[in-house]
Design a protein around this ligand. Structure first.
Ligand code: UDP
Length: 239
């Protein structure tokens, strides 16, 4: 079997990625499948850190648009990511994967507080770490949290799981001519306003030279193909 091309990766899962066919919450069949795929990658020797979003439960911007105070709404969004992190931890441990949830906001009867050196130690010991509560600050997204944590723990790459196999020249669902970019630079993503992640997250990756690979996590086996160096999705890196 070929060997993984990465030693340590940060996988960003959106809350929506846990929905399955539902329009709210978590589909246990989806979290089980994700857990299985993560276990396989872990067993291949890759150290894994996860950042999970909360959009399947609450998004601060949506609640604020409906009239709620934005900071309170963002606190709710961050707590939603903690719920997703606990669900993923449960699914992973049922697969026999040792995990630790570390939260950016103190909620330490439920999970550990985020302490960078401890997170790195968990990774070195082979535990899969799930970073919850985003950056711990309102007005940010979990994509920015993923960039931040990936840089902090020295990940080789950030893997951004989506429902589409990479970044396309147009919406591949509506345009049959749409072409998948195999490689883009950070500046191309920013200049062309390509929807990879929000600009804060991209700029952070650019400043620290952290590559991002966008791929379709709904395709079974895609995560493993990617870590084995397959032609999967789109890589965004320095020019
Ligand atoms: N959030 C926040 N600060 C952060 C990360 C997240 O306030 O550092 C809040 C924000 O309200 C956001 C919600 O948590 O809408 C859920 O995160 P996100 O929308 O990034 O989740 P995803 O789209 O990945 O499911």
């Amino acid at each position: 079997m070929s060997k993984p091309v990465y030693g340590r990766v940060l996988l960003k899962l959106s809350g929506e990625g846990l929905l399955g066919d539902a329009d709210y919450g978590i589909d246990p069949a989806v979290s089980r499948r994700l857990a299985r795929e993560i276990r396989e990658v872990r067993e291949a020797g890759v150290e894994l850190a996860l950042v999970v979003g909360g959009g399947n439960i609450f998004r601060g911007a949506g609640l604020a648009a409906a009239g709620m105070d934005r900071v309170t709404a963002d606190h709710m969004g961050m707590l939603a990511t903690v719920m997703n992190a606990l669900a993923l931890q449960d699914a992973l441990e049922q697969e026999g994967v040792f995990t630790r949830v570390m939260s950016a906001i103190k909620i330490n009867q439920v999970c550990e507080d985020y302490i960078r050196r401890r997170a790195v130690r968990h990774l070195e010991k082979g535990r899969t770490v799930i970073f919850a509560a985003g950056t711990g600050n309102p007005f940010f997204t979990t994509d920015s949290a993923a960039s931040l944590r990936a840089i902090e723990v020295n990940a080789d790459i950030m893997l951004k799981a989506t429902k589409v196999d990479g970044v396309y020249s147009a919406d591949p669902v509506h345009d049959r001519e749409a072409l998948r970019y195999r490689r883009l630079t950070f500046d191309e993503v920013l200049d062309r306003k390509l929807s990879v992640m929000d600009a804060t997250a991209i700029v952070l990756c650019r400043e620290h030279g952290l590559p991002i690979q966008v791929f379709d996590m709904t395709r079974p086996g895609a995560l493993m193909d990617l870590v084995l160096g397959g032609d999967v999705g789109t890589i965004v890196e320095r020019g």
